[in-house]
Design a protein around this ligand. Structure first.
Ligand SMILES: Nc1ncnc2c1ncn2[C@@H]1O[C@H](COP(=O)(O)OP(=O)(O)OP(=O)(O)O)[C@@H](O)[C@H]1O
Ligand SMILES: [Mg+2]
Length: 360
């Protein structure tokens, strides 16, 4: 039995369909991330689970209990907001105690639970401070502590790290995941940052236009994207037009063999995708089962750990490789001729369209 079961949830605002027929099963104790571009419906879905929005249709079950028609404050879910949402006029410990007072928890029990949660989010020394005396990261810890102190069955977080600077975001990412794992609390997390989603989650659910595109483990979403949208939104990718004649195909006017294309017959309107880190630049030897395409270099940039080599195919399409920085690659200049090579089996095929279906 899943901790959270969302069935056929639909929500529109006037004429705008924000969620169309959402079905999700979230295993108990897992970290489940809703990932997608601005406006795809992430916040709407989270707020519908929390009970701040009323769905038009569908059901939500948390630990076998149907909750979609019970009021937000009786749902046993904790929510952490992007803008911290701490009360400015009361101290850190009073902020954290607030939800327990509302629930009429006895005073000595409140003290015990606030103290335990202060330890967990490392705010013990700040218990008596006012929110304006805290940094953004510390205020967000208060937000997290307030959500956790009520012992919710599900923790919901809507872009909790997006107001923090890059370094702190990465530190807090680890800390959040650590707390979630130590408490084994089922968590639904919203972000539009694909790296954050991959790094933190047990499951990543990619949304676009109010529709779930794919929900799977991070590596599955990355290595086996369900469609072209997922392939382009999660991680970097290169897309090239393909003309197929059975297994024989042409990419950028180069004849290639794509065994994975055989079942698609002869047709156009297909794109091939290759991840930048799978491309070799000017490889020394010609291996079998590889595709080698002539390119003109546009720009080479050194990022410390790797080189990004941007180039143009003879078709005019742009393509980028990410490789180890070797002296030969560092010496490349704009307009140099080069060869980009990759294993045939690394190529994935999609219908050429916004969310084009996977064909291989
Ligand atoms: N109160 C509202 N009234 C009308 N339309 C709304 C309302 N709230 C959201 N929408 C619309 O519903 C769609 C989904 O919005 P939502 O806030 O869920 O997106 P999101 O994925 O959280 O985006 P972001 O990453 O920008 O936070 C958008 O098209 C948005 O304009
Ligand atoms: Mg949002």
């Amino acid at each position: 039995m899943s901790a959270v079961e969302i069935s056929n949830i639909r929500k529109s605002y006037g004429g705008v369909v924000a969620l169309s027929d959402i079905n999700i099963s979230i295993p108990s104790g897992s970290f489940f991330t809703l990932l997608g571009p601005s406006g795809c419906g992430k916040t709407t879905l989270l707020r519908t689970i929390a009970g701040f929005h009323q769905q038009d249709n569908g059901s939500i079950t948390v630990a076998t209990q149907r909750i979609e028609n019970i009021p937000a404050h009786k749902r046993d879910v904790g929510m952490v907001f992007q803008d911290y949402a701490v009360f400015p006029h009361i101290s850190v410990s009073e902020n954290i105690a607030f939800g327990l007072k509302q629930r009429k928890v006895p005073k000595n029990e409140i003290e015990k639970r606030v103290s335990a949660v202060l330890d967990m989010v490392q705010l013990k020394p700040y218990a008596a401070r006012m929110p304006h005396e805290l940094s953004g990261g510390q205020q967000q810890r208060v937000g997290l502590a307030r959500a956790l102190v009520i012992n919710p069955k599900v923790l919901l977080m809507d872009e909790p790290l997006s107001n923090l600077d890059a370094k702190l975001r990465v530190d807090l990412r680890r800390e959040l995941r650590g707390i979630q794992q130590s408490m084994n609390i089922t968590t639904i997390y919203v972000t539009h940052d694909q790296e954050e989603a991959l790094a933190m989650s047990d499951y990543v659910c990619v949304m676009y236009g109010g529709v779930i595109q794919q929900a799977a483990a991070p590596w599955e979403v990355y290595y086996s994207p369900a469609n072209r949208f997922v392939a382009s939104f999660v991680g970097a990718n290169n897309f090239m037009k393909v003309v197929l004649t059975g297994e024989q195909a042409s990419i950028s006017a180069t004849k290639v063999t794509l065994p994975q294309a055989a079942k698609n017959g002869s047709r156009e309107g297909i794109v091939a995708a290759i991840r930048p880190e799978r491309i070799l630049v000017n490889p020394a030897d010609d291996k079998s089962d590889t595709i080698s395409l002539p390119v003109k270099i546009r720009q080479v940039s050194f990022t410390g750990r790797e080189m990004a080599v941007a180039a143009t195919l003879s078709s005019g399409e742009e393509i980028e490789a990410i490789t180890q920085p070797t002296p030969d690659i560092i010496r490349l200049r704009p307009n140099d001729d080069a060869i980009f090579s990759f294993a045939t089996q690394e190529v994935q095929l999609f219908e050429d369209g916004a969310t084009g279906a996977r064909l291989s």
